[in-house]
Design a protein around this ligand. Structure first.
Ligand code: BJ8
Length: 431
């Protein structure tokens, strides 16, 4: 970190000693997993810097924004419309956590067999380790999986009433869509009353451009990964997708486009993260919040390249743009509601669109294998793995199903399974 931020963290009521310990562990993990990679693009230096300052400079910026009267809105789901937050000049921050921290504390409130993502966001709060949660004015939850829904009730207590929950339907029929449009409007009103600012058509158009530009840059990165060799490792691409939830959106988009310019050149010269012809893997399933790099580290450490993530920290976040040609505010709310309904989360039933997405993506990225990743106890994605396997069988792409948590205990076992899978792909054996 560029300077000592302890005073700022104390002001945010964090546990400084435990936080120092966490930063030490994360710095070592980052060195081992990220900085040891070979042939990284120069443009990754920016993202390395962002990570080195993820609890430092970025928090300082957010604290400053707060002093200027901007509202800080924390979210846990890509269903929460970022455009609305930006339209009231708010700062939108993803709060999902990807490290096994504070689980013991979390388990005093929630069952042991809760998914690691939920345990982690609670654990980070209870252990006083997340400066983002501490800066928020509002934390937006959603009625997606049962674990999250019930956890938000407890999180509301833990954060002294900061929670606001959007109702997301379970089905995408006409009733569900109309419920969702009302929820989008209700959220817009909530943001207006919180910030004291009106959402005008002009503001919404500006905000939509910012978010669409970010999505376009992420789409550009995704398309570049379709090359053989991919000009960037899956680990680096995953990191960029994770940083997309924290960084200032304008700066993020500019830096990502700069990186993509460099990747264009790498494609022309045939430079890649791994050698041409190495196995290309599509990962599909539960989201991987920062610093959950486990599966990518194992898979790429075994000689494959991860070329895409059918995940909310990945394609589901940026796949569709918002049609921002609004004719009125009501029309804008409709278009926002429609755009978010195109996200194909396993919390919906049925969710066959996700299967088509996976088929399309596997084809476009020329995937040699699909690894289905579910966080242990994430029932929606664990259940859908069966149907995803059927798709993989239909398109004759080898399939591996993995369920794991954030601990490192099963690293050896996972590595053995992934290596065996890659070996089979290499031999052309169906699994
Ligand atoms: S749109 S995937 S971001 S809900 S891993 S907490 S599902 S038990 S995160 Fe998600 Fe929105 Fe859907 Fe995407 Fe529950 Fe599963 Fe845990 Fe999960």
């Amino acid at each position: 970190m560029s300077k000592d931020y302890r005073e700022m963290w104390s002001g945010l009521d964090m546990n400084i000693e435990a936080h120092d310990g966490l930063l030490g562990v994360l710095t070592d993990a980052y060195k081992n997993i990220y900085l040891s990679q070979k042939n990284r693009p120069e443009g990754m230096k920016y993202f390395d810097f962002v990570i080195s300052e993820v609890h430092g400079l970025r928090i300082e910026e957010i604290v400053e924004a707060k002093k200027q009267g901007r509202k800080i809105i924390g979210t846990f789901c890509v269903y929460v419309p970022e455009e609305l937050i930006l339209a009231v000049d708010g700062v939108c921050i993803g709060l999902c956590a990807g490290a096994d921290v504070g689980s013991d504390e979390a388990e005093k409130y929630i069952p042991r067999n809760t998914c690691a993502l939920i345990k982690a966001f609670m654990g980070f709060k209870l252990a006083g380790l997340c400066p983002y949660i501490q800066t928020t004015d509002l934390i937006v939850g959603e009625t997606t999986c049962d674990g999250k829904k019930k956890a938000y009730e407890l999180f509301d207590e833990m954060t002294n009433g900061k929670m606001y929950v959007m109702e997301i339907p379970n089905k995408k029929g006409e009733d569900g869509k109309s419920l969702w449009k009302n929820e989008v409007k209700r959220f817009a009103e909530k943001l207006e009353s919180l910030s004291g600012k009106r959402i005008t058509l002009e503001k919404l158009k500006e905000a939509s451009k910012v978010v669409n530009d970010k999505r376009k840059a992420l789409q550009r990165l995704s398309l570049l990964r379709a090359n053989d060799p991919s000009p960037i490792s899956g680990l680096d691409a995953l990191l960029i997708n994770q940083v997309a939830f924290y960084d200032d959106p304008l700066r993020f988009t500019a830096k990502l486009n700069e990186l993509c310019d460099e990747l264009d050149q790498r494609v022309k010269s045939g430079a890649g993260a791994a050698s041409k012809g190495s196995p290309r893997i599509l990962v599909s399933g539960s989201p991987m919040a920062i610093p959950n790099w486990k599966l990518h580290a194992i898979t790429e450490g075994s000689g494959a390249t991860i070329v895409g993530e059918e995940s909310c920290v990945g394609e589901r976040n940026f796949r569709s743009l918002l049609d921002d040609d609004f004719s009125s505010l009501d029309n804008a709310m409709q278009k926002i509601a429609d755009r978010y309904m195109t996200i194909n989360c396993a919390c919906f039933t049925p969710n066959n669109e996700r299967l088509s997405d996976i088929e399309d993506l596997a084809g476009r990225l020329k995937a040699d294998g699909i690894i289905h990743y579910a966080i242990q106890f994430c029932t929606p994605y664990m259940m859908e793995a069966y149907k995803v396997k059927k798709v993989a069988d239909d398109i004759k792409v080898p399939f591996l199903r993995i369920e794991t948590d954030y601990s490192m205990e099963d690293m050896g076992q996972l590595k053995t399974r992934v290596e065996a899978f890659l070996e089979m792909i290499g031999k052309g054996v169906r699994v």
